[in-house]
Design a protein around this ligand. Sequence first.
Ligand code: PMP
Length: 316
Amino acid sequence: MAEQGTPQYAFFDGSIVPMADAKISVMTHAFNYGTAVFGGLRGYWNADENQLFVFRPRDHFERFLESAALLRIRLPYSAAELASILNALLRAEQFHTNCYIRPLAYKSSAMIGVRLHDVDDACTIFALPFGSYVPDESGVHVGFSAWRRIDDNAIPARGKITGAYANSALIKSDALLSGYDEALVLNEDGHVSEASAANVFIVRKGVAITPPVQSNVLEGIVRRSVITLLRDELGLEVQERDIDRTEVYLADEVFLCGTGVQIAAVTQVEHRPVGTGAMGPITRQLRDLFFEVVTGQVAKYRLWTAPVYTAEAIRS
Ligand code: PMP
């Protein structure tokens, strides 16, 4: 389990309140039927600048609103407004450490009845100090899950829908209880989709390959960032195409990426070493660059990071 702290506050019912006051009824529709959507963002503490940088909040909140739209959840906030609510919450928390941020939009009526229309909507955000999501980001051992990734025609795979995470939880627990750190999961076509809560890339003969957005992946913000960094900074060809299971066995490098796992090297697949069995050079270079970018140290990508403790943000 990740090292994690406790939130002091939450954005709940339109304002920032003590965490103890952010409570919902057991009859809440979303609790009963999984009719909520969520986001997951990270804030990175930069001690040299005394600054907390949130990674791509506008992109995260745009995807959050898209997920909400898929479940017919309407919120009275734009992505920009959600980003500024988040800033206020993080300033209330006064984090001087890395943190994880969880916005949720949910069907809030206390009622019985499975449907999406004519049910009230609500939104909450909380944040907590947070460390790594996987125990060792430099050497993850994965197996192929016996489960299949949810199909877009069953539950929209590109939406971050809480109910769909029963699929992720089945995948993750079976992987951990079988002695792996994570699992790769195939889609209904039998091609690689992603991990339980992270996107996947393989590197074969100097080309980086990741499943396309049509293969029931979550459209990851880190995935999108990694494609840019691999192409523009590491000079690699990046292909978005179906990946066969055996291509993973033969890959020179495999890595997972996402807000939780960050960039994690996969060094074993079903007891077979990936490449040399240690983190490969491309994954290492990408990982180093990624941590510089998310902590606001790369001028070219500074716009991907939103500083929390600015004079302007404090005034607003
Ligand atoms: N796939 C799934 C199923 C996820 O839950 C996540 C984490 N949000 C990702 C991929 C990675 O997405 P992101 O880079 O936006 O965190």
